[in-house]
Write a protein that binds this ligand. Structure first.
Ligand code: ADP
Ligand code: TRP
Length: 333
């Protein structure tokens, strides 16, 4: 039986953080064993904020390096750049006809961007979910490993796919679903205690995969806490719950149990708690950081991988475009 297809990508807007890792990339690494995986760098998506050309190029390389350092294996999946597949912008044009202004304006990420960058509300921001849907549909993927923040985009993807199928009376595009090996989609909190960890929120709010032990320690010491507990077994304020959530990901079961007990009997000292978390974070990320450093120096290998992945992705996308043109009545000459 043919393997199920999976697609996912990360925008090259900076170094990847724990949210990208636990929300997305850790799943790519597991999925490549059982799925036909297409994992890419969403470079067109990052143009909505007008990055400088040199910064974009450096960030694209960084994401590729980090994918590989985390264990994404180009022998087991297709690793490529979105911009290497011209069929994506072509299909994006077609799918723009199936996306309605009202629903695009109602998208949570669009509203957030309008708030965050009121001077740059470009049409690319509005149709961001269409481009994302096309990334997925161009490979006819069934499962999309993403963090919780992308759930709405997947709903929109299914709507666009359904409309296309319905309009042309075909059963061509599958209706893909967001996927995680966890019981629910993951959302890693920002270190400032407000919202999710995000590349756009800045240095001290993110734990980057490439952070060294010293900066991890310092960042954790600066992470936001709350008043100390005054009664046994108190509910945890959000900032403290966030830190416990991070500890759950990187520390041993004993360490987790130890600090939970300290919280429950009110003797927890936030200094010790954060110091331990900083150290465990350093130990957890050290192997990835070392690989990032090594791979960054090997442009030849990176170029080979990306070239090869680009041609595999194009091959698959070419078939989809051929089918779509036929379905919609546009001839291919
Ligand atoms: P960012 O928001 O930091 O710029 P991207 O938008 O490039 O990150 O997201 C790439 C992937 O990482 C997506 O699958 C997204 O859901 C996931 N992701 C990003 N931030 C988090 C987070 N804090 N928790 C869980 N997953 C996240
Ligand atoms: N929109 C995603 C994000 O901001 C990145 C992305 C673009 C993506 N195209 C995709 C994720 C296709 C999964 C599948 O996180």
């Amino acid at each position: 039986m043919a393997k199920e297809i999976t697609v996912s990508g990360v925008r090259p807007t900076g170094r990847q953080h724990l949210g990208n890792y636990f929300g997305a990339v850790i799943n790519f690494v597991k999925m490549q064993e059982h799925f036909n995986g297409y994992f890419f760098v969403a470079d067109y998506h990052s143009l909505t904020t007008h990055p400088k050309a040199a910064d974009l190029a450096a960030n694209v390389k960084q994401i590729v390096v980090e994918y590989l350092a985390c264990g994404v294996d180009p022998n087991k999946c297709t690793l490529y750049l979105q911009s290497a597949v011209p069929q994506i912008p072509e299909l994006y044009l077609v799918f723009n006809m199936f996306a309605y202004l009202g629903e695009l304006e109602r998208s949570a990420t669009f509203k957030e961007k309008v708030r965050d960058q009121p001077d740059n509300v470009n049409a690319g921001l509005l149709t961001y979910p269409v481009l994302m849907a096309v990334d997925i549909l161009v490979h006819k993927a069934a499962k999309v490993p993403v963090g919780k923040d992308q759930q709405q985009h997947l709903e929109m993807t299914r709507d666009f796919a359904k409309r296309f199928n319905h309009t042309y009376g075909v059963d061509y595009f599958p209706e893909p679903e967001a996927f995680s090996y966890e019981t629910s989609l993951v959302s890693i909190p920002s270190l400032d205690g407000v919202g999710k960890m995000s590349k756009s929120k800045g240095e001290n709010t993110c734990i980057y995969l490439a952070d060294d032990a010293d900066s991890l320690r310092k960042k954790m010491m600066k992470a936001k806490t709350a008043d100390s507990p005054t009664a046994p077994n108190s509910p945890k304020p959000i900032e403290i719950q966030n830190l416990f959530d991070l500890m759950q990901l990187v520390s041993s079961a004993e360490t987790n149990a130890f600090f939970h007990e300290k919280w429950n009997d009110t003797t927890i000292r936030y200094g010790d708690f954060k110091k331990q978390l900083g150290e465990d974070m350093g130990t957890y990320l050290a192997p990835i950081r070392e690989k990032i450093e090594k791979l960054s120096a090997n442009d030849k290998l990176l170029n080979e991988i990306i070239n090869d992945g680009g041609s595999k992705a194009r091959q698959n996308a070419t078939q989809t475009l051929k089918d779509v043109r036929e379905i919609i009545g546009i001839k291919s000459y």
